[in-house]
Design a protein around this ligand. Structure first.
Ligand code: IPE
Ligand code: IPE
Ligand code: MG
Length: 257
């Protein structure tokens, strides 16, 4: 009992400020039930609602969800269209609830490829929730880590060309300011569901020192208990940022092996 309380206290004290999730496995979830892949995407949308609520309840500051990658356009056209319709419908039906829950919404990615209707919903959702002070929910849509780095490089080139920035002034810190999420705490915990152990062009720049956690659970099945398991794994890790154990936690036994 005392051990359990101690473990819970450790998880609460070492909660990730920023969690990012690759929500993978919708298609397989549906296939296992002999349903069309789109049924998996619909069920995945329900998991989004569950996990957003769980993050808000636990006091996680930022949740970034990978909803559609820049490579997902390669899927069969009907699946892409169904995903786009699902975005619009979900945004329309959820925005009131999210706003009431004090959630601040943000979208990252190259949105020019989306329909004007969807772009309009995204802008309106951001504006409506801009002053909320609870969970920041970032949706990555038509997002790619390489795109993010390239768009930063392009804007830096523009600023250098216009004389607003010197080439020698382009340091990792300045570069960071041009990337998506620059104004938010860096991701602490990366979760990928669905069993694959890859980044799939998600936040390449931002994941430099993020703790990686892979779950076999398919995204439509992911729930608050799975989130807690991931947070417990995070709490048990020692983040060293290039330093030694001794430097990070003086006095802890050193493993000489
Ligand atoms: C993730 O689930 C959802 C999106 C990429 C939009 P998948 O559709 O990739 O599911 P699997 O990997 O085929 O099971
Ligand atoms: C990553 O999943 C993208 C999202 C979850 C939105 P994918 O299913 O597209 O990744 P790969 O193709 O298996 O690498
Ligand atoms: Mg997948």
């Amino acid at each position: 009992m005392a051990d359990e309380v101690a473990a819970l206290t450790m998880v609460r004290d070492r909660l990730p400020r920023h969690v990012v999730i690759v929500m993978d496995g919708n298609g397989r979830w549906a296939q296992q039930r002999a349903l069309p892949r789109t049924a998996g995407h619909r069920e995945g949308a329900k998991a989004v609602r569950r996990v957003v609520e769980a993050c808000a309840e636990r006091g996680i500051e930022v949740l970034t969800l990978f909803a559609f990658s820049s490579e997902n356009w390669r899927r069969p056209r009907p699946e892409v269209e169904i995903l786009m319709n699902l975005f619009v419908r979900t945004l329309r039906s959820e925005i009131r609830r999210l706003d009431a829950a004090n959630v601040r919404m943000r979208f990252i990615g190259d949105h020019r490829a989306f329909s004007p209707t969807l772009q309009d919903y995204m802008v309106k959702a951001e504006q409506r929730t801009a002053h909320n002070t609870g969970l920041t929910l970032v949706i990555a849509a038509n997002y790619g880590g390489r795109w993010d780095i390239v768009q930063a490089a392009q804007r830096i080139a523009e600023d250098v060309g216009a004389g607003r920035l010197q080439p020698g002034g382009v340091t990792p810190e300045t570069f960071h300011r041009y990337t998506s999420l620059a104004d938010l705490p860096e991701p602490d915990l990366f979760i990928r569901t669905g069993g694959e152990q890859r980044i799939s062009n998600f936040l390449l720049w931002q994941l430099a020192y993020t703790e990686l956690y892979f779950s076999e659970r398919l995204w439509p099945d992911f729930d608050a208990a799975d989130l807690d398991t991931a947070c417990a794994a995070f709490a048990s890790r020692q983040r060293r940022f290039g330093q030694t154990s001794e430097q990070v936690a003086p006095g802890t036994p050193v493993d000489d092996a």
